[in-house]
Structure formats: structure tokens, C-alpha cells
Design a binder for this molecule. Structure first.
Ligand code: SF4
Ligand code: SF4
Length: 274
């Protein structure tokens, strides 16, 4: 059963599509500038975490510890990672008077606002996914009168890589295997959290444990996951689908064989904060 807010959206929000037009404008000239960056629940996808920790030049464990809050869903206890607001001011840690300090790498939810996306639970959920408009009193952008379609908004906000990286994750999250209590043991949920959100720790887990004795991973993929966090995230989903739902996305090693060790990164790929 979805939470009450999601239920309300599913039942009552007009279902918009990519060609739906809406009025909205946002920017430093608005009298509400930055108001939307306080006291807000921003759910982070694994790709959001990847972008932010790299933009800040931080290790994933350090980033998660400093900037996030992990909650568990009531029914299934699956971890969900949120941006941690400042304890007293309730402001987002990345908001400054001049605006968002991680703008080029801001999360999906911040890019999409004032739009949201929802899908009913059950089979074929992705095909029934729809957009909805969020209208809050604090935001004056709806009155600023700049018409665009949702498709244009998505393009302007550079959401494409986020949507692309998010698709396998959303598919994984709507897997029917989640219904099985065995897939949700504490050990498996800890694997889920590490592999998807704590990517640098997952990379060390792959290279420093017996992982490569247990699984066959070809050379090209080993090199890719050593160098590239996006490749590592895709690999993490394959490993989790195998480990939690028994999907044949990984191959177990034959006795006596071993994949080569994960090569060490040779150069720093993180960029500095804006
Ligand atoms: S990440 Fe940026 S856009 Fe998102 S809430 Fe924080 S300051 Fe605002
Ligand atoms: S409150 Fe609305 S219009 Fe104002 S800065 Fe935030 S998103 Fe833009």
C-alpha cells in the first residue's frame, strides 16, 4: 500500500504527459528565490548520490554520513536515502544566498520541481508512469507565466542522464521479488544500501574480498567498473538482482578459476564543487 501522499497523487492528481503544457518560471529574480530549498524531503536516487559525491570530491561513505538521512519504508523496511536538512535552520546544506551550490549536479527531484512523477504499483508500472504538477503557496513560479511542455522542461533541466541512469534502478525497485521476505533480510538490505548508494565501498568490496573468486567478471567489465562509477552502478544492480531475486545476471566462477583483480584507478575523475 503506498503512503497517503502517494495514494492521494495516484487518486486525485491530473495525469500529465510529455506534451502537456504548464506555466512556470524560476530564477534569482523571483521573490521566492531559494524558499523551496528549506524543510523539504528530497529523496536521492543512487545516481543522485553518485553525482553529488563526485561533484564534491568526496568518498561515498563520507558523503552519506555528512549529507544524508536514511529512512526505512514501513512495510518492507527498504532503505531510502534523503538529503539531510540543517538541524536548526532546516535549510538544504547546499543552498546559499546566490542559489544552489551544486546546481550542475543537483538531484533529480530539484531539477523536476514543480513536476513529480508517479506510477501505480503492480505489473506494467513503468507503462503507466505519469507526471503531475506540484503547486505550493511558497512558490510563485506558477504565476510568472512562461509556458512550456513537460518535454521542454525535461530538456532544459538536463534530466536525460538522470532518467537514463534511473531507469534500471526503478525497474529493480518494482521487481516482484521484493514481495518475498527472504529478499528483505537485514543482510540483503545492507548489501542493497552498500552497492547502490555507498559506491566507493562497493568497489572496495569487489576488489578486496572473495567476490572475484565467486563470480566470473570479464576483463572489460572489470576495467570499466574500476574507472567509471556509472558502470559500477549498473554492475551493482546486476549483482543485487542476482543476489536478491536469483536473476541470472551474474555467472558464478568455476572452481579453481578467478577473475583478475579490479584494477586500481589511475587518475582522479572527480570534479570540484561549483
Ligand atoms: S540541492 Fe540545490 S536545488 Fe536542491 S534543495 Fe539543495 S540547494 Fe536547493
Ligand atoms: S520557490 Fe519556486 S519559483 Fe521560487 S525559486 Fe523555488 S522553484 Fe523557483
Amino acid at each position: 500500500m503506498p503512503d497517503p501522499a502517494t495514494q492521494d497523487i495516484l487518486e486525485n492528481s491530473p495525469r500529465l504527459n510529455l506534451d502537456t503544457k504548464f506555466n512556470f518560471r524560476c530564477g534569482p529574480s523571483m521573490d521566492c528565490f531559494n524558499r523551496c530549498c528549506s524543510d523539504v524531503a528530497i529523496l536521492l536516487s543512487p545516481y543522485d548520490v553518485l553525482r553529488l559525491k563526485n561533484a564534491l570530491g568526496m568518498d561515498s561513505s563520507e558523503f552519506l554520513e555528512k549529507y544524508t538521512l536514511t529512512m526505512r519504508s514501513q512495510e518492507k523496511r527498504i532503505p531510502a536515502v534523503f538529503l539531510r536538512m540543517h538541524e536548526e535552520s532546516r535549510k538544504c546544506p547546499f543552498v546559499a544566498e546566490s542559489g544552489c551550490q551544486v546546481y550542475a549536479n543537483r538531484p533529480w527531484a530539484c531539477r523536476m520541481y514543480p513536476l513529480g512523477m508517479a506510477e501505480p504499483k503492480g505489473p506494467n508500472a513503468a507503462a503507466q508512469r505519469f507526471y503531475f504538477l506540484v503547486e505550493e503557496q511558497l512558490c510563485h513560479g506558477h504565476k510568472a507565466g512562461c509556458e512550456q511542455s513537460i518535454r521542454e522542461w525535461i530538456e532544459k533541466q538536463r534530466l536525460e542522464p538522470f532518467d537514463q541512469m534511473q531507469a534500471p534502478f526503478l525497474e529493480f525497485m518494482s521487481h516482484p521479488g521484493w514481495e518475498e521476505p527472504e529478499s528483505r533480510s537485514e543482510q540483503k538490505l545492507a548489501m542493497f544500501y552498500m552497492a547502490l548508494y555507498d559506491l566507493d565501498r562497493f568497489r572496495r568490496f569487489v576488489s578486496e574480498t572473495r567476490f572475484l573468486e565467486l563470480f566470473e567478471v570479464d576483463e572489460a567489465r572489470l576495467h570499466a567498473i574500476a574507472e567509471d562509477d556509472e558502470e559500477l552502478l549498473e554492475f551493482a544492480i546486476d549483482w543485487l538482482a542476482f543476489s536478491l531475486f536469483h536473476e541470472k545476471r551474474m555467472r558464478l566462477s568455476k572452481p579453481g578459476s578467478r577473475s583478475s583483480a579490479v584494477p586500481v584507478r589511475t587518475e582522479e575523475t572527480c570534479s570540484s564543487p561549483r
